[in-house]
Design a protein around this ligand. Structure first.
Ligand code: ADP
Ligand code: MG
Length: 235
């Protein structure tokens, strides 16, 4: 059993990420003007905001990809990122894209399991160019899942997909979240998507979080919830 100093929060309740006073300017333009947020383990937080409001900038900072931002970020677990475009390496097969940088003796099994979870068990030997947009994004999700992240950062992950594929991906996300229990920051400009998938929504405007509101718990969330909708349940 892990020892803790008295008064210290257990890892079960400590946020997976905390950001304090995050600021970022480009040239003279202030994009983020003091952003604070915290995400609890297993919590899905949607980040809404108009085009150019700084959502991607904030996500990159949270992902540790922007050395020029200021503020404090603390993390308690691993994280993985899914971007709007899949960012698969075209010269690597699907399995090799998913396993890239993953270590351990059971990598092959973990990659197979992740691909099976996103419905692509039989596409491991394919090249990225042979996949549809939706399949490629599923591979990007598998690549994130295989890292068993405590926090998934997703930047409009379904935004480039057609409506039906987007619905399928939202359903997949709900199922994966129910099974794995990762926390997620889901950047989206789709309010319906936020209400469907998130526990809480943040709105970014003028460089700050101007709204922070829980999503009512009454709405159906996972595909097997009664009321999720006959169409969604069969996707
Ligand atoms: P969102 O994702 O909400 O649409 P972004 O975070 O991509 O917004 O961009 C916020 C603002 O910051 C925009 O005005 C954008 O032009 C500017 N911006 C983002 N990245 C850069 C960069 N690398 N250099 C200059 N300006 C940038
Ligand atoms: Mg963006």
């Amino acid at each position: 059993m892990a020892t803790r100093t008295p008064g210290e929060l257990s890892t079960a309740t400590r946020p997976v990420i905390t950001a304090h006073e995050v600021r970022r300017s480009f040239g003279g333009t202030v994009v983020l003007d003091g952003v604070d947020l915290a995400i609890a383990p297993g919590e899905v937080v949607a980040l809404l905001g108009g085009s150019g409001s700084g959502k991607s900038t904030l996500l990159r900072i949270l992902a540790g990809l922007d050395p020029d931002a200021s503020g404090e970020i603390s993390r308690t677990g691993s994280q993985a990122v899914v971007f709007q475009e899949h960012r698969l390496l075209p010269w690597k097969r699907v399995v090799d894209n998913v396993s890239l940088g993953v270590t351990g003796g059971d990598v092959r099994q973990r990659v197979s399991a992740a691909l099976a979870e996103v419905g692509l068990a039989d596409r491991g030997r394919a090249w990225p160019a042979e996949l549809s947009g939706g399949q490629a994004q599923r591979v990007a999700v598998a690549r994130a899942l295989v890292r068993e992240p405590a926090l998934l950062l997703l930047d409009e992950p379904f935004g480039a997909l057609d409506a039906l594929t987007r619905l399928r991906m939202q359903t997949l996300f709900g199922r994966l979240h129910a099974e794995h229990g990762f926390a997620a920051l889901l950047v989206t400009h789709d309010v319906d998507e936020a209400l469907l998938l998130a526990d809480r929504t943040l709105v970014l405007d003028g460089g700050q979080i101007v709204e922070n509101a829980p999503v009512p718990l009454t709405r159906p969330r996972a595909p097997d919830d009664p009321g999720f909708g006959p169409v969604r349940r069969h996707l």
